[in-house]
Ligand binder design. Sequence first.
Ligand code: 48F
Length: 263
Amino acid sequence: MRKTEIDEIKISKAIIERYVKDLLDATETDVAIAGAGPAGMTAAYHLAKEGVKTVIFERKLSVGGGMWGGGMMFSRIVVQDGGREILNEFGVPSQEYEEGYWVADAVEAASTIASRTIKAGARIFNLISVEDVMIREGDRISGLVLNWSAVELANLHVDPLTIRSKVVVDATGHDCEICRIVSKKIRLKLKTETGEVIGEKPMWSEIGEKEILANTKEVYPGLIAVGMAANAVFGSPRMGAIFGGMLLSGKKAAEIILEGVLK
Ligand code: 48F
């Protein structure tokens, strides 16, 4: 075994240098995703697996979004047959409760999906919030404007930095924050019925899960909505602690990007 003296300065330099190297590398990427919930991570996994340079920025300390807590802090999630296939792909075990209702451990699901996403080659930066978008080429989202979440939390007046990407994915969940930013700054231009964020409807799991795949699409040139953000921007219901739609939506977003925008 190598005998190494522990030097605090070396530790600091190692952390700073490696982090900055990775962050610099992320300043020009194929796909930039806001939010590391189940939908954002599933999209990133399927993109990275195909060799697409993919970066996720997550506001919180932890990744996994609303998955950890299952339903009302009972940390189990339910998926249907289609969602189970994706859990299987990730290597997350599930048990059939009743026909078509598969139950998985929320902590195992969130941690495994995160691990597989990173191992597939996607980079996740936690503690960074997306506060704006960059628009170029006549009207196309072409990057994200970032700041430390600590800056946001402390309400400090600190200017952000920007990264460039060919495609941006709004995976921010119920608040569909990126769509709201675009809607606020460029009025009546989203590809929704009203041109604005319609907002999610009350709980209806059946319809919410059905509509999420149709809602997973380009909502503004260069901006794809995924997961709960897709239902929120297009005005579909929420669905509660059933997560199949989130996983399927993430996979569909990756397919749209692979087949369309990046071709
Ligand atoms: O909320 P979240 O888990 O979204 P999702 O992947 O899944 C939704 C389900 O969890 C649940 C549901 C199931 O039926 O309805 O709600 O669509 O994950 C969204 C992530 O985005 C982060 C947020 O912290 C969370 O981890 N986030 C939100 N806004 C920003 C952000 C932002 N502006 N910048 C960076 N991260």
